[in-house]
Ligand binder design. Structure first.
Ligand code: ADP
Ligand code: ADP
Length: 232
């Protein structure tokens, strides 16, 4: 069952000297897939993710969610953002609320959900990440590992159908690596669809069911890790 597609997606930044960040990228994502995305810095991975969740909109081509091309209207882009959540590598630096509970509430509040549902979702997300006990704490003073948990809870509270981790394995200390593995295992059990960009080839090989290799704004390989790494 295909839930998300990009079709002939081309993207260039306004201020780009270097031309297109993505060129004619097409790919379909099925429900429950575990996709790792590799490629050197500047290959277009982040730009791809931002188009997938409607923060950026294609210059050419389309993003198609559940069979429907996503338009450029605010409503449609918001709805895409609700379904495709991204955990950014630097999210820890963007925590601004004065309590953990407030921080995790922002997303569901922006969805204009009723107050009780916001509360319920925040409590669920905190429980999922084992941080219920932190709910009244000031995020600023949490440990690195605790902040990481909060940033993932932020996204989980949106209940996205597809969850994307942008380089979560970059410079992970053992605590954060354990947190990531624990979260991935739980998400997989629940049937989430997961995309992860990474420079960690061992991780990609071990974890992913499918690998997308980006180079210079294009997908140059797409398949099972064993097939892509087979050297013949
Ligand atoms: P990756 O995530 O694989 O490192 P990016 O998607 O960040 O790659 O970058 C793809 C290309 O787009 C690179 O050439 C990069 O310099 C350029 N780029 C990324 N973000 C911006 C931006 N905000 N403004 C201009 N160019 C950008
Ligand atoms: P840091 O190394 O950043 O200080 P901590 O070791 O303090 O992070 O961990 C942050 C929180 O996450 C603590 O409440 C800790 O009990 C919890 N924690 C850490 N690793 C795990 C794990 N693998 N499973 C469950 N909870 C964990």
């Amino acid at each position: 069952e295909i839930i998300l597609e990009v079709s002939h997606l081309t993207y260039s930044y306004e201020n780009a000297h270097e031309g297109e960040a993505l060129h004619d990228v097409s790919v379909s994502v099925s429900k429950r897939e575990k996709i790792a995305i590799i490629g050197s810095n500047g290959a277009g991975k982040s730009t791809f993710f931002l188009n997938l969740n409607g923060v950026l909109t294609p210059r050419e081509g389309a993003v198609i969610y559940r069979g429907k091309p996503v338009g450029r209207g605010k409503k449609e882009l918001n709805s895409l953002r609700k379904n495709v959540g991204i955990v950014f590598q630097e999210a820890d630096n963007q925590i601004i609320a004065s309590t953990v509970f407030q921080e995790v509430s922002f997303g569901p509040m922006n969805l204009k959900l009723p107050r009780e549902e916001v509360t319920e979702r925040v409590e669920q997300a905190l429980a999922y990440m084992n941080i219920e006990s932190l709910k009244d704490r000031a995020p600023h003073y949490l440990s690195g590992g605790e902040k990481k948990r909060v940033t993932i809870a932020d996204i989980l509270a949106m209940k996205p159908e597809i969850i994307i981790f942008d380089e979560p394995t970059a410079s992970l200390d053992p605590v954060n690596a354990a947190i990531l593995e624990e979260v991935l295992e739980k998400l997989e059990k629940e049937g989430s669809t997961i995309l992860i960009s990474t420079h960690d080839i061992d991780f990609a090989y071990r974890w992913a069911g499918r690998l997308l290799v980006f180079a210079d704004g294009e997908i140059i390989a797409d398949g099972a890790p064993v097939d892509i790494f087979r050297n013949d």
